[in-house]
Design a protein around this ligand. Sequence first.
Ligand code: 1AE
Length: 404
Amino acid sequence: MSEERILVTYLTQAKDLNKKAEAIAVGMTVGSWTDLPAAKQAELRPYLGEAIAVEVLEKLPDGQERGTITIGYPTGNFTPDIPSLLTGVFGKLSMDGKIKLLDITLPESFVRHFPGPRFGIGGLRQILGVHDRPLLMSIFKSCLGLPFDELQTQFRAQAEGGVDLVKDDEIFFADDKAPFLERIKAFRAIAAEVAEQTGKPVLYAANLTGPIHQLNERAKRAVEAGAQCLLFNVLAYGFDALHRLAADPDVRVPIMAHPALAGAFYPSPEYGIATPLLLGKLMRLAGADLVLFPSPYGSVALDKREALDVAANLTDAAQPVKPAFPVPSAGIHPGLVPQLYADFGHEQVVNAGGGIHGHPGGAAAGAHAFRAAIDAVVNGQPLEAAAEASEPLAAALAKWGGGK
Ligand code: 1AE
């Protein structure tokens, strides 16, 4: 077996953290150790986990130690997929008292089994022909129950406003009035018409839903119908569903990961899975080209350090898979663009639903306001100055203000 190890860091508490680390290293691998005869130990040693590091952060009033522990797991204990990885390092352990999975460091040989993003940041920029600014995406606001022609009008307005991508709402499943393949075809035609006027493409991310055993076939049919991007609620299905879509040679379009359900995993400081791993590292490994996560500013705000770490894990150049676009989302309006740019930089997608559709001049004006704000920050111009030349931006700043 390979000598390589997968390093896994947990935040936990126990009377003695060193003993807890030993118990995890053994309990999550060979089960028992010191009681085994020497011959059995020799046989099982290649599978045995190892306590690599223990850091006590504080002594709790009840005498327990709280801190981080890092366990090294032999790579050969796992098959190269995320279900095996997560079950092997946190399966039963996730139910064993106060313990949070903070990070997993994988050897390159293991990462190479994963597809990673097919397009990534570079591929998406190439498709869109946009290299000199953050991208802009708008979200359909309310899709459910709307007549098809209203959705087409909404799509046209967003596209004419100059967004780069338009995504479905993640809860758009009951689409009897605007069936999946029909709206892919219709929006593709509108995108082509708008591109004739504006000279710029716009990608529509259609919400891929349905039973898991039909997903790849459904995605393939979407691509045949002209889909140029797919939105996927990864956590409701599991990372392996994303992995299989990203690795499917017939699904040759960027995949956008929505964080729906993530709140069931990360918010507790004592339990669950940390966001930089959940929405950063694992999403990228499994093949998401763009990943939405809560911005630090909006209605479902994420701690700023964590949001920055999610973005860092999506873009970290040291990884052997392509970088994915960070999409800090929720509660974004044009006045936040300078803050977004300061925090997440050039390689991000500015994404808004209410901040585009809630513009006093409508969705096209909302998109114009964002484009003016993005151009301003890229050129180092204050928004107030840019608003003098952009009526939509002036109206947005009047409505939402110039910051958080
Ligand atoms: C973190 C997910 C954000 C999302 O899905 C969404 O719909 C945001 O909408 P707005 O921009 O807050 O209206």
